[in-house]
Design a protein around this ligand. Structure first.
Ligand SMILES: [Zn+2]
Length: 372
């Protein structure tokens, strides 16, 4: 009986020790699928330090930070963000990230403290998350003491270089936490064990579409000369580039082009500024200087040109030979000549050149025939 009580008490004690002192932070795994997977200096799954950061943005929520990074990971990315509500792991901690210069990146897991929200709770979650990773990878409890243990981004800047940030020093100080206190709090968590719940299975997070608003169905785009491959991975032939196509379907990073029925990356196309309007070249004709309706019969006494417009530059389509007559209905003074308009036998209006105009276009000064 006594033995049983002891066992029961022991069980109770074990339970009470394992229970978290504060609410467990839950690390949600929402990995950005497109980030590169580069091993640490010591190999895959072998980080040596935990780099402690804060985001330096008062207004961004953890979701904002994650969303921003899913669109801008090419510039920089960390492993996880932690707020007062949750922790989100956006990159696999078995691989390196780009958070604090080359020396730290080769060896560190980067954990960001989000400013927005309740500081105490966020700070507590951040410590939990950092300690959880440290224990997972058997990183020892050391603080700002070389390439092992926990280091602040400021420590990296001051000792290893390649980066210039001083976080999280000022933000913690502003909230009453000195570097000495941070070390103490980390130690307390580390020695007690953390209460992080990592039951969430990893999910691959597709980055929010970062589609320029003008890349939409129906838009005309040009495939850039710099384009290398289709989204399928196949090489884009030279003759496809520099030409215009129509978007028929869009996805986060790519568009399908109607004329070649292929998916091309958004970065490889350029939207044409305005729809292409084919402007019919206007005949380079001036208006006749003067024209008016008049009916009559013109009989040529010399060979004269027939044109479809009363201008010297217009093409000649036929001619009248001496003695041929036309029933005209209109007279034009143009290009220094007098023209009469009549209906050709083929059913089309044409102009016969019927004389030379006076300088002031007032009269037919040199008639090429007779008028009745
Ligand atoms: Zn930082």
């Amino acid at each position: 009986m006594k033995k049983l009580t002891t066992l029961f008490l022991a069980a109770l004690m074990t339970v009470s020790v394992a229970l978290p002192a504060s609410a467990a932070v839950d690390i949600k795994k929402q990995h950005i699928s497109s980030v590169p997977k580069m091993a640490y200096k010591n190999g895959i799954g072998k980080p040596q330090v935990i780099v402690l950061h804060e985001t330096a943005n008062n207004n961004a929520s953890i979701e904002n930070e994650v969303s921003y990074m899913s669109r801008n990971w090419q510039n920089a990315f960390v492993h996880a963000f932690v707020s007062d509500k949750r922790a989100i792991e956006i990159a696999d901690t078995n691989y390196s990230a780009w958070g604090a210069g080359p020396e730290a990146n080769k060896i560190g897991i980067h954990v960001e403290l989000v400013r927005k929200g309740n500081f105490k709770q966020a700070y507590n979650n951040w410590l939990d998350t950092a300690v959880y990773y440290a224990k997972q990878y058997k990183i020892p409890m050391r603080f700002n003491a070389g390439k092992s243990g926990f280091v602040t981004h400021a420590y990296v800047t001051n000792h290893w270089g390649g980066t210039s940030h001083q976080d999280p020093v000022a933000w913690l100080k502003q909230n009453g936490v000195s570097m000495g206190q941070l070390e103490k709090d980390l130690k307390a968590k580390y020695n007690k064990g953390t209460s992080v719940d990592v039951s969430t299975p990893p999910v691959t997070h597709t980055p929010a579409p970062n589609v320029p608003s003008n890349l939409k169905v129906g838009a005309k785009v040009k495939v850039l000369a710099s384009a290398k491959t289709y989204a399928s991975g196949q090489r884009i032939p030279q003759f496809i580039k520099g030409r215009n196509y129509t978007i028929v379907q869009t996805k986060a990073e790519r568009v399908r082009l109607k004329e070649i029925n292929s998916w091309v990356y958004n970065r490889d196309v350029e939207v044409l500024k305005a729809p292409v309007v084919v402007v019919k070249p206007k005949p380079n004709y001036k208006k006749p200087n003067r024209q008016y309706a008049e009916k009559g019969i013109y009989t040529a006494n010399t060979t004269v040109a027939i044109k479809y417009s009363p201008f010297v530059r217009a093409n000649q389509v036929a001619r009248l030979t001496p003695g041929e007559s036309v029933h005209y209905r209109r007279v034009a003074f143009s290009d220094g000549y007098v023209w009469v308009q009549y209906m050709r036998s083929i059913g089309r209006l044409a102009w016969a050149c019927a004389g030379q105009a006076s300088a002031d276009n007032s009269k037919n000064a040199d008639k090429y025939g007779t008028f009745k």
